[in-house]
Design a protein around this ligand. Sequence first.
Ligand SMILES: [Fe+2]
Length: 387
Amino acid sequence: MAYYHRMGNIPPKRHTQFRQPDGSLYKEEVVSSKGFSGIYSTLYHINNPNEVTAIGKPKPYSWKAATEHGLKQTHLKTSNVEFTGDDYLSARRNLMMNSDVMMGICSPRQRKMDYYFKNADGDELIYVHDGEGVMYSQFGKLEVHKGDYIVIPRTTIYRFEFEEKGPLRLLIIESFGAIETVKRYRNEVGQLLEHSPYCERDIRPPHELHVEDKKGEYLVQIKKQGMLHQYSYGHSPLDIVGWDGYLYPYALSIYDFEPITGRIHQPPPVHQTFQAWGFVICSFVPRLFDYHPLSIPAPYNHSNIDSDEVLYYAEGEFMSRKGIDRGSFTLHMGGLPHGPHPGTVEKSIGAKATDEYAVMLDTFKSLQLTTDALAFVDENYPMSWTE
Ligand SMILES: [Fe+2]
């Protein structure tokens, strides 16, 4: 994360004696990235975080590539899906992947997790398309709302409690590299610059410490290398009385992303929200259209010579696409040009504004559909530019 944050009680000097009311030491844990060269946080546990009581049999947890899908402009219709599984982990349906990133949906029947999850493979970016709830992690309590991006650094131990009423629909992006704010919007010490579409005031770290100090049986399911490893502890992993540092989960609402507009069509990088190894995430939000007297608000045709482009359509009317619903994904693969559907370019001329919300994932390596995605493929989409 881009700035220093602290919660709860911590000793004035790191790596020094910090005692519990009974006189025993709190257990210090440094959670660091890139060896000891990246961002890190220091946590103070009541119990020893290494004190495992049982290790169960790991469960397979991976996705297969649908290699037969081939080179095709792709539309996945997931808008009518109510549930994708029973609980948070069994409901995660990855739909596209490469060696840097996976992207999928998650609409679990059970709104409250009765275990903890730790992703040891990668950072997670969860976009809350529908739903309201609370994320409890070692770093505290974070209320999450519809429209939030939740950035969860790898190995954060967490559980969600979502409200029972209303739909719950999550878009989950799992990155094998760190998910970060956009470098060109940061100054040399990491502060977000004036021309950044969002700033530190929009970033919401955990707002309340959450200490679980009761003994009992606590299960942490750890995702690592295609398996869910089953770790049991005699204490809660959320036994942190204080922490400080730069590494922690946070939320950023798509509703706080300020669009950059121009006289003529602005390219996708103006919508960039996050960066990671091998991909970027962009947010398309309601904005005024281009104001040159002869401007064409609809995008031009373009060929991605070195990237694949996924759009997840969240809300509103998409002026350049026909047959797209709330909850649709389009995947426009590198190697083929793509552009607005017939009739939408002329129709866009003179339009003053758009009310669309969409999340875009642009990858530098090619994506493959997973076999889970095949059930959602719109077979007519590749020919949909031909009238
Ligand atoms: Fe595009």
